[in-house]
Ligand binder design. Sequence first.
Ligand code: G1P
Ligand code: ZN
Length: 546
Amino acid sequence: MTLTVATTPIPGQKPGTSGLRKKTRVFMAPHFLENFVQSIFDVVGARGEDGRGKTFVLGGDGRYFNDRAAQVILRMAAANGAARVIVGQGALLSTPAASHLIRLNRTDGGLIMSASHNPGGPDEDFGLKFNMPNGGPAPESVTEAIHRRSAELREYRIVEAPDVDLSRIGRQDLGGMVVDVVDPVADYAALMEDLFDFGAIRALFAGGFRMRMDSMCAVTGPYAREILENRLGAAPGTVVNATPLPDFGGMHPDPNPTWAHALMEEMFGPDAPDFGAASDGDGDRNMVVGRGVYVSPSDSLAVLAANAHLAPGYAAGLRGVARSMPTSMAADRVAQRLGIAAYETPTGWKFFGNLLDDGRATLCGEESFGTGSDHVREKDGLWAVLLWLNILAVRRESVAAILAAHFAEFGRNYYSRHDFEAIESARADAMFAALRAALPGLAGRRIEGLEIGAADDFAYEDPVDGSVSQHQGVRILFTDGARAVFRLSGTGTEGATLRLYVERFAPGPEGLDLDPQAALAPVIRAAHELARIEAFTGRTVPDVVT
Ligand code: G1P
Ligand code: ZN
């Protein structure tokens, strides 16, 4: 039986580009989730124009409330007239696997329950986002419309029915709607087998190659076990923290040297395996580490671009490489050498969507541990790990040797990001206002032994649809190829987070083996002076350095 439930509009349901993220208790409050879900169905439509029910994909990263939210979404999909929902067993799907299922089944989109790398639990975060039929996150026009709808919503529709048994693979009926519970891993694993040379990787492991994969008690555990241990023959136990837990075992499932410190210690320890990797809550981020060597995400993108042709899925070469503006320019050098296009987009994966859909770019990456390709429309943590493995299997060299050879060939872009968190917003805004006002007079100025060549506030014109995005970060470009970029986080929750990205190019063959912070010291000093970080924010040292 379908119920129409009266509700009152709930303010503050503004979804960002990664969906709506809130404290779990906010989502669990009466009618909150329901209001948001109804707003989504009202905007995207659960029925097509011909009145026929649509098909959606549903799954999440397994965090606290994932299972309950899935039942609500299913009942509401049925009540709104959807014909079919494909849902991962246990309501699990990694974000890239959900993107793949949306595309593979030519569905009308999907609902993904995740707050990415944010901790999970009753007192932590929950999130929900809608992805479009191309498998990518809804564009701003859609999220804005959902937001407007949620502010005027007076009722929602939900079917009264017992829970769907999401532990059982197969077809079930929910108020006339088909629910197909599928293995969350199988189709994704098949896609990976299409893209990568599993035979070569299997031979690598058979030859004694050792790996550690830290799934951080989040969603990639079952994927990594099936692909790495079962299909590729990595030693049992290669994948650790492999069971997705509602609270991620109390971990902060963000794959960077700070939060994946156990992996870092092992990789820099006495009995380090050959290769290490970690992924985040919903499986779209990745970190890769060699024995005794950390691979920065910017360098990872460049190395993957230079070597992707070694994997069957990319043997024909790349159409282009795209990176977010603050990501180091290392990938541009590879693109230039390959004679392919290099794109520089604003921060956020959504800007890659058009380039991928239009066939302009094949690989994309961000400095924030996101790498991916045109195989789905999300970044993809395990994909990056498998591309690295494919390269290692073909080249039969260590990660350190591959990095060293890369720097020798292309030069090295020393790179680091410094985050200053929880700054009073008014102070951060004042700092940016002053910095922007100073931009026109900066070219030609010398500071800390560096000369400023150009300075601007990054604006991006999308080459596919012509849309323009302004104020995407302040760039100071020095004449020797060094760079300092300033922007405010769009995802922080407390006050403002200033991100300072610094980069310096060493052409080689000398000076390719320095400590990055030491190599970058003059650029860091110049950035602090130019933006007067201490004067405006009171801060002298960052809270997080990656
Ligand atoms: C951060 C990252 C950005 C990424 C986004 C979503 O955004 O810097 O690269 O796309 O999270 O994962 P920010 O907080 O910098 O706006
Ligand atoms: Zn994520």
